[in-house]
Design a protein around this ligand. Structure first.
Ligand SMILES: [Zn+2]
Length: 278
């Protein structure tokens, strides 16, 4: 009981001492020991809820230790439209940088998975919703081009709200640009494994994320283009249960396999072995 009160109080503060050790799972409401949670790849040990994973965690979970070499790390977004919304684009960028310690919503590079070299990209939802602006599009495109040049398999983990509205039509152009790069990549003989994490939506779903030779998804991930409310209002129909989840997408052929996070690396290695070795 005392702990309950303590936790309640902690909500108003930043992370307190007890919260460092325990926290309540937002999905099953059980108290979770943070060390177990970290060891379990940030999946709830009680209910298997897959919590959002930052790009750096994703690299440490999937890429062999010490093998990752980041590419195009210096590319930064500029506010070419002078965008002003609830906050300016420059403020959004600065806050995202402080929050994530990243310079953009995607990290790209070359690394090894199970000893096999791959061109690897990962989006970070905490950086302006993992949105794709000109820099995200450019970094993904360059990654794909590097994979073509070096004849490497391509692995991209997506987690994104879609195109970056602060860059207007230029962000929409990234859909065509990344898709064209994937088309060129597909003329080679190496696979593109696309992994959809929670959430994958908008212009990212509508471009490179859906163009994988193999498309994997994490359990329970939201995968879609527009949100359910917009669709219901447009088609004036109730949507089926579980619509736009990874499991629904698998049943309807948009996703090849739903893979638990702790099985993800093993699954990628199996696919790379099967698809790249004679
Ligand atoms: Zn849980």
């Amino acid at each position: 009981m005392e702990k309950e009160v303590q936790l309640e109080k902690d909500k108003n503060n930043t992370k307190s001492e007890s919260e460092e050790i325990w926290f309540r799972c937002s999905a099953c409401q059980e108290l979770i020991y943070r060390k177990d949670f970290e060891k379990n790849f940030k999946v709830c040990p009680k209910c298997d809820h897959h919590f959002r994973l930052g790009a750096l965690d994703r690299i440490s979970f999937l890429i062999d230790e010490g093998t990752f070499e980041e590419t195009d790390a210096g590319l930064r977004s500029v506010d070419f439209l002078g965008f002003k919304g609830a906050k300016t684009y420059l403020v959004s960028l600065k806050q995202a940088e402080e929050k994530t310690k990243l310079k953009e919503a995607v990290i790209t590079g070359i690394g090894k998975i199970g000893g096999k070299p791959v061109a690897f990209g990962v989006l970070d939802f905490d950086f302006i919703g993992g949105s794709m602006g000109s820099v995200v599009g450019e970094k993904i495109t360059r990654l794909v081009e590097r994979a073509i040049e070096n004849n490497l398999p391509l692995v991209i983990v997506s987690a994104s709200g879609g195109a970056r509205m602060q860059e207007g039509v230029i962000s929409l152009m990234q859909m065509a640009k990344t898709s064209a790069a994937i088309k060129r990549f597909s003329q080679g003989n190496k696979p593109f494994i696309s992994i959809l994490a929670n959430p994958t939506s908008g212009g990212v779903t509508a471009s490179f994320a859906s163009l994988g030779d193999i498309i994997l998804a994490e359990p329970g991930a939201f995968i879609g283009f527009a949100g359910p409310r917009v669709i219901e209002q447009t088609i004036k129909q109730k949507l089926p249960k579980g619509f736009q989840t990874a499991e629904f997408m698998r049943e309807h052929g948009m996703v090849d396999k739903v893979v638990h996070r702790k099985e993800l690396k093993k699954t990628i290695i199996q696919l790379l072995t099967f698809l790249t070795e004679k």
